[in-house]
Design a protein around this ligand. Structure first.
Ligand code: COA
Length: 179
């Protein structure tokens, strides 16, 4: 099983036992606010940890010193495969914000993606209102390539109408990362 190590973190595959740590953050409105899903129950987290343990796109980010799972990174190859385009996403436990853990772990996964998985281009999408997310993408030296206007919706209002939202698209190429 691949484990990516950084100074402070161990980034590994999920296991079924991770559900409690997942519940600690996926159950919070503040955390899922910009995600396409709502808050998770205990039951949802048990199922989610089991699903993620079988899905190589999900990486569990853990503190080296305590093994505590503090967040997750999604890193998945997009279709068509011959384009070698990958997408990165991330969700962390708010108790651990402001320490550079998301930056440190995403850097390591991007590096692994370019060097080991032979990615050519890595992209990320976020809501322009989610400043913590796009600031992280800029710390990672990703470029803002687009501001898409009202291109998607995740949620509906009480009348059942779609709440259309904008998207920032970010990307970085392998040669930019190396440079
Ligand atoms: C997006 C998210 C992961 C960013 O978390 P974060 O804590 O801001 O990011 P980092 O862990 O990289 O920490 C960076 C902060 O720590 C500070 N920091 C402290 N030590 C640091 C270090 N060694 N290295 C880098 N930054 C450090 C930075 O200055 C920065 O502070 P600032 O927020 O005051 O500018 C987090 O807000 C989150 O999980 N949100 C909910 C889920 C979500 O919206 N996901 C994105 C969907 S598109």
């Amino acid at each position: 099983m691949t484990i990516i190590e950084t100074d402070r973190l161990k980034i590994r595959r999920f296991s079924c036992e991770d559900w409690k740590d997942l519940y600690e953050y996926l159950s919070k409105e503040q955390v899922v606010r910009y995600e396409p899903y709502g808050i998770y129950t205990k039951e949802d987290c048990i199922n989610e940890a089991a699903k993620r343990s079988l899905n190589e796109a999900f990486w569990a980010v853990c503190l080296k010193e305590s093994n505590k799972l503090i967040g997750n990174i999604y890193f998945n190859q997009q279709d068509p495969k011959e384009f070698s385009n990958w997408e990165i996403g991330y969700v962390f436990n708010p108790q651990y914000y402001g320490n550079g853990y998301a930056t440190e772990s995403c850097k390591a996964v991007i590096d692994y993606g370019f060097k080991k998985l032979k990615a050519r281009r890595i992209v990320a999408m976020c809501n322009p209102e989610n400043a913590s997310s796009w600031k992280l993408l800029e710390r990672l030296k990703m470029r803002r390539e687009g501001h898409l206007l009202k291109n998607i919706f995740f949620k509906q209002n009480e009348k059942g109408e779609s709440i259309w939202i904008d998207t920032y698209e970010y990307a970085i190429l392998e040669d930019e990362w190396r440079g």
